[in-house]
Ligand binder design. Structure first.
Ligand code: FPP
Length: 249
């Protein structure tokens, strides 16, 4: 089913966040409420993912990062993990629709533990969309914020070991430039401006912990499969009304 294209409806002068992070939470509860298996919640959540990604682009968001699977999600029952991985595979074929919309697709996280066929498809989608400029969609799979920081530290340690870098040269910029969000062929995602978490939970859950140092947070009780384009607009309006000081007055 094609993602719906919904008209953007934001008040004149709304500040649009450059980078939004979305924690797609509540699929399981959505299914449970209807007496359905959890995997049907994920299926519905995947539809919402398409509609909301498209709407974010239409609004003018430049980087949209979705938390699809965390380093901790492997602890779920094997059949649920399997169902989520099947969905990713299916969507990686369909995600090509986004390419037609000028959306660049990148993946962040440790891919080495994913099925080889999935890794192959991820690589090919990244290659085929690399020149698209309307928005960059970052899909976090087997992603953990702490794991990402460890990854960056390791990359820098390797450079020190090779004699290419002095420990005293390591600063915030170098740490930042070796995160997964910087591994986009020369493009580096800026810090995240707004993190949205539906489903009533008010936690970051290891998502973009480095990049979210100055982020604004928006929580709503709506479960992810019920999240609509107007809910994204409400979050952006709330963000636009806030005064970000970045430590100054
Ligand atoms: C959290 O809900 C959701 C996940 C762990 C999986 C998210 C996956 C998708 C939305 C599928 C499609 C994604 C792509 C990129 C194609 P939960 O299971 O933790 O819900 P609960 O808290 O209600 O149990």
């Amino acid at each position: 089913m094609a993602a719906k294209n919904v008209k953007v409806n934001l008040p004149e002068g709304t500040k649009i966040p450059v980078h939004i992070g979305m924690i797609m939470d509540g699929n399981g509860r959505w299914a449970k409420k209807r007496g359905l298996p959890r995997k049907l919640g994920h299926r519905e959540g995947a539809q919402t993912f398409r509609t909301i990604t498209r709407h974010a682009k239409n609004i003018g968001v430049k980087y949209f990062t979705v938390y699809a699977f965390s380093t901790e999600n492997w602890k779920r029952p094997a059949d649920e993990v399997e169902a989520i991985m099947d969905l990713f595979e299916k969507y990686l074929d369909e995600v090509r629709d986004f390419i037609e919309e000028n959306i660049r697709i990148c993946f962040i996280g440790d891919r080495s533990m994913l099925r080889p066929v999935l890794q192959q498809k991820m690589k090919s989608v990244e290659e085929d969309s690399r020149d698209f400029k309307a928005m960059t969609l970052l899909i976090a799979i087997n992603y953990g914020g702490r794991d990402e920081i460890v990854h960056s530290a390791r990359m820098l340690a390797e450079k020190v070991k090779a004699g290419e870098l002095e420990p005293s040269e390591i600063d915030e910029k170098l740490m930042n430039d070796n995160l997964y969000t910087a591994e986009m062929d020369g493009d580096i995602a800026p810090d995240v401006d707004l993190i949205i978490r539906p489903s009533g939970e008010q936690r970051l859950s290891n998502f973009l912990i480095w990049q979210a140092a100055y982020a604004e947070y928006y929580f709503t009780n709506i479960l992810w499969p019920d999240f609509k384009p107007k809910d994204l607009e409400e979050a952006i309006i709330a963000y636009s009304d806030r005064h970000r000081r970045f430590g100054s007055l």
